[in-house]
Design a protein around this ligand. Structure first.
Ligand SMILES: [Zn+2]
Length: 488
């Protein structure tokens, strides 16, 4: 077979007898009526790049159902029947053309991404452009419906790096991008919330548009408890208080955690949620953070309250507010779990749990008081198997759970398996400050997300070849995934 590896690995793939689909400098495609403009534009761009800029796609829209029909004859009417529905996406290619059928616009986008990988160039010289797609049948079926990728925007983050990650995630069949700004978005509410070098909303919008072009939803994230500094604890910065110390009362005394009994804090966070929702567009979720809230309830007012009751009250109020906008809150899990030598499930030091790290007292009892519409994002980076006890713990408590690994591929594989075996709603892969090097791991990670299996690393050369087709990364600084060739 002359095709390279396909990502993410399709469920079925068979080359068929017969002639391939042949096309040249122009090819037609019929997309469903009412295809989003973002997606139509993205399909056109992908086609151009996967044909090494030597073929243009003429897009028309017609018909119902989620079909994409690639043809050269202009007579493609007979083709849709070649595909029987029933899979997430199916692809059939013969000499008449290529048809992708799918269950949704997102599934159609994923099927088209797979079809692009089948294009084989025969001649790229001007005036003689020629390509084939081998006669074949494929299908794809993700075993987890919710497949999220969490991305951080740090002061050192390049927009191009985020663009690569978003394009790769969309291409590889992720369904959601979670976007967290570390002092790096200029809010309207207050200039002290962002550094001078922060991106404007106008600069971020093309990333949202790109994600939507792949049928993904962008989930806004804003830390509503710990990490209120919007800066890493180990580096000592506070985005807000370093710039305006008069805003101290919004925070607990050490500045790390928001002061949740201060009505001004709630008002500000409500405004920021509104700004982020407007920026990220339609969607069903909002990520509230809430991990590592070490100084929760330590100020004069907050410390008068029962810590678990204050936590639950605060989160339930926000959950109810989000519900009015059709969104569900997502929170990190660790304030709801405690290590216990008496509990065989939670005595192992690898389990992430922080409820006992709060001077105000154990916050664990909040778990029984929380609105069950809140989704628990169970971040566990040291589990290397699917035996993590925290996911079934929260599912038994009645929550929907997202399993959230980081960048160790055994951890990603283990937690994806855990999500499947325990019936979690899905996974959220986290990248934190390792994003540039995470990018070349994404094809392998996507395989773990899509289905069970022991996948080898995708070769650097294949990943680079794919990445070149996902954007115009043409300069030294933006090509590849690292900003340098050697360490100097
Ligand atoms: Zn307080």
């Amino acid at each position: 077979m002359y095709l390279t590896q396909l990502y993410p690995t399709p469920k079925t793939f068979a080359e068929r007898e017969g002639e391939p689909f042949r096309f040249g400098a122009v090819c037609g495609v019929v997309l469903p009526k009412n295809t989003s403009p973002e997606m139509a534009e993205n399909v056109g761009k992908l086609w151009r790049r996967f044909t090494f800029t030597a073929s243009e796609l003429k897009i028309t829209e017609s018909g119902s159902g989620f079909y994409a029909i690639f043809h050269t004859s202009g007579e493609s009417g007979a083709l849709p029947n070649a595909i029987q529905p029933g899979s997430y996406y199916r692809i059939r290619v013969d000499q008449r053309g290529a048809v992708v059928g799918a269950v949704s616009e997102k599934a159609l986008s994923d099927g088209i991404s797979m079809l692009m990988q089948l294009i084989v160039p025969l001649d790229l010289s001007e005036g003689r452009e020629a390509f084939i797609i081998p006669a074949s049948e494929l299908s794809g079926e993700p075993s987890l419906a919710v497949r999220m990728l969490h991305l951080c925007v740090f002061p050192e983050s390049r927009l191009e790096t985020l663009e690569k990650a978003i394009a790769f995630a969309g291409f590889l069949g992720f369904t959601h991008i979670v976007l967290e700004f570390w002092g790096m978005l200029k809010y309207d509410a207050n200039p002290a919330l962002s550094w001078d070098r922060a991106f404007t909303k106008r600069q971020i919008k093309p990333l949202i548009y790109l994600a939507r072009g792949y049928g993904m939803e962008v989930i806004p994230m804003l830390n509503h408890l710990g990490h209120a500094t919007q800066s890493r604890a180990t580096m000592g910065r506070h985005t807000v208080l370093n710039q305006n110390s008069r805003l101290q009362m919004l925070f607990e005394p050490d500045g790390w955690t928001w002061c949740v009994t201060n009505p001004e804090t709630k008002k500000l966070l409500r405004e920021l949620r509104g700004e982020l929702i407007e920026l990220c567009g339609d969607g069903g979720y909002f990520h509230l953070g809430c991990d590592e809230a070490y100084s929760f309830a330590t100020c004069r007012e907050c410390s008068k309250h029962s810590a678990p009751e204050l936590l639950a009250e605060y989160l339930n109020e926000i959950s109810a507010e989000l519900e009015k906008t059709g969104r569900r809150a997502i929170i990190w899990h660790d304030q709801l779990l405690k290590r216990s030598d008496c509990d065989p499930d939670f005595k192992d030091p690898i389990v992430v749990c922080n409820s006992l790290g709060v001077p105000a007292g154990d916050t664990t009892p909040a778990v029984d008081l929380l609105d069950r519409r809140i989704i628990i994002a169970d971040w566990q980076y040291d589990y290397k198997t699917s035996e993590n006890p925290s996911t079934p713990f929260f599912i038994k408590k009645g929550f929907d759970v997202l399993c959230c690994p980081w960048d160790d591929s055994r951890n990603v594989r283990g937690l994806c398996e855990s999500a499947r075996t325990n019936g979690a709603m899905g996974v959220m892969l986290t990248t934190w400050h390792h994003l540039p090097n995470y990018i070349h791991e994404l094809p392998k990670m996507a395989n773990f997300v899509w289905q069970s299996g022991n996948y080898k690393s995708a070769p650097y050369t294949e990943v680079a070849a794919l990445l070149r087709k996902l954007g115009d990364f043409n300069s030294y600084e933006t090509a590849g995934w690292s900003d340098r060739e050697v360490d100097g």
